[in-house]
Design a binder for this molecule. Structure first.
Ligand code: XMP
Length: 523
């Protein structure tokens, strides 16, 4: 099946992935490429439309990211956003300069009627069904002081005379603000007008078709081959495993390494879903390697060293299991699209991924090829695919959990006893948050074990026990985060239960730190 594709050309803006996600929300498939990508590569993709993102530079400065005039002469509709809009004007003969007033934040946008029509019905196709005035999100130092020849202004703000302009005949559209940011109240409508009306996309990129065509493609690729998958129980590896299982059934073997640093009962939950009594046709191997990990971690307190030990041990265990299975033809990886973009293969983002799932690639597993069935999907799309495949909700909507697991939620040395404490405290915290109806509203929350012991009193007895820290953060990208204001009575309830039910704890703290300066995890 030939996929309708819109291409996002990335000029280094912070919202590049967001643009692609919004396009996909219109059920149109979308890929991100760096502005350095050769035009011939873009043409080969045969895109229905092209979107130029924002970026931090000034387009009139030497060495600023640019594009050729040819890009605007392909006959493919082009939408420039912020820097992309300015660049379009600059390349086509308009003027861009430092704005007398810097606009930042929510700004009132007035949509202009075309000159011939004073009744306001004849507005730009981009703004069809958008109210005027409406609120848009602005963030720019430069502005378009004179549109390129052939362009007319289609919207303005108090400080920005050219908030949008277009050359309808050539299908070129420039928007100074950011429709991809949700603060632009009707931004999604504008992007949908571009991709569906102007580019003429059908909008038939849906998860059921993705699932169906991916299963078919995997079957063709794998043939009678054998496939190996490292299953962590996280949403990405679970969805990848189920896709493979539906495609090739028992040709797939999933190895699940329980490193003893999972949340309470998590190992059993994964086994319940994927094991022999579970719902899927596959070979499931659970390796109970708890003791091995605890032994390796004994006496180790330095965070990076702990991470390294856990990562390396994970690979060793996985390799040992793989050797028992013998040579396989394919190894499954749960890579998703943001990983591709962040690793520098897609857009223009710097390589920012400092940590990844435990392991990386095992060195000594005998396989011929890697299969990455989720490589084109964003996280929310992986979840939709998971639901489509009938994976239980608690796995599909599992909050992010780091590869090194509780190892980085226990400050200092990891022991079996401390793992038990943090597992029990965390289970209570999660239960109470869910009971308060907050579980879908907080992006990540967990209990951690500080390495601190302090004096307390319980039933007239002196105690000298550990302090548990509770954390809850709101975040979009996990690169920055704010602590969430969990209602005091919920925190109080959690504190009471932890003190009463978890042996070895006599104090509970709430972590107020945002990121930066803190990180989300403790180590
Ligand atoms: P930090 O602690 O860096 O965490 O603010 C940001 C997000 O990444 C997760 N995290 C990890 N995920 N392997 C992972 O797969 C890791 O080593 C790792 N360290 C942190 C963390 O849970 C949060 O969502």
């Amino acid at each position: 099946m030939k996929r309708e594709t819109v291409i996002v050309i990335d000029f280094g803006g912070q919202y590049n992935q967001l643009v692609a996600r919004r396009v996909r929300e219109c059920n149109v498939y979308c890929e991100i490429y760096s502005y350095k990508t050769d035009l011939s590569e873009i043409k080969k993709k045969n895109p229905k439309g092209i979107i130029l993102t924002g970026g931090p530079n000034s387009c009139y400065e030497d060495g600023a990211p640019s594009c050729t005039q040819e890009l605007f002469e392909l006959g493919i509709p082009v939408l420039g956003l912020c820097y992309g809009a300015q660049l379009m004007m600059h390349v086509l003969g308009g003027t861009v300069e430092k704005a007398p007033v810097r606009e930042y934040g929510k700004t009132e946008l007035l949509i202009d009627a075309s000159k011939e029509d004073e009744s306001h019905s004849n507005v730009s196709e981009i703004f069809q069904n958008v109210t005027s005035p409406t609120i848009c999100w602005m963030s720019h130092f430069d502005y378009i002081s004179r549109p390129a020849p052939g362009f007319c202004v289609t919207a303005h703000t108090a400080d920005c005379p050219v908030a949008a302009a277009e050359n309808k005949e050539k299908n070129l559209y420039a928007i100074q603000f950011h429709p991809e940011v949700l603060h632009t109240v009707e931004g999604t409508k504008m992007l949908s007008n571009f991709v569906l009306k102007i580019c003429g996309c059908a909008g038939d990129w849906k998860m059921d078709t993705f699932v169906e065509s991916t299963i078919k493609a995997i079957r063709e690729k794998v043939g009678k081959g054998r496939v190996l998958c490292a299953l962590s129980g996280g949403v990405d590896s679970s969805v990848a495993a189920v896709l493979l299982s539906k495609a090739v059934g028992e040709q797939l073997t999933c190895v699940f390494v329980d490193h003893g640093l999972l949340r309470k009962n998590e190992g059993d939950e994964v086994e319940e879903v994927f094991g022999s009594n579970g719902n899927y046709d596959l070979n499931f191997i659970r390796v109970n390697a708890q003791e091995r990990f605890y032994t390796k971690l004994a006496g180790v307190t330095e965070p990076e060293k702990k991470r390294k030990i856990i990562g390396e041990e994970f690979i060793r265990v996985f390799e040992e299991e793989a050797k028992k299975i013998g040579a396989v033809d394919f190894l499954v990886q749960g890579t998703i699209y943001p990983d591709v973009v962040e690793s520098g293969l897609g857009g223009e983002s710097a390589v920012i991924k400092s940590h990844h799932n435990v392991g990386g690639l095992p060195d000594y597993v005998d396989f011929k090829e890697i299969i990455e069935p989720l490589r084109d999907l964003f996280k929310d799309e992986v979840r939709k695919a998971g639901l489509e495949l009938g994976i239980p909700n608690h796995l599909v909507f599992r909050q992010p959990f780091p590869g090194p697991g509780l190892g980085i939620r226990i400050i200092g040395e990891v022991t079996e006893e401390k793992v038990r404490i943090v597992q029990d405290a965390d289970a209570i915290y999660r239960e109470e948050i869910a009971k308060a109806g907050l579980d879908k509203k907080i992006d990540q929350y967990f209990a951690a074990l500080t390495n601190m012991r302090s004096v307390g009193v319980m039933g007239d007895e002196r105690t000298y026990d550990y302090a548990v820290a509770l954390r809850a953060v709101r975040t979009v990208d996990f690169m920055t985060a704010e602590s969430v204001e969990v209602p005091y009575e919920v925190l109080g309830g959690v504190m009471n239960r932890i003190i009463n039910e978890v042996r070895g704890v006599n104090r509970v703290f709430y972590d107020l730190t945002s990121k930066p300066p803190g990180t989300i995890e403790m180590e």
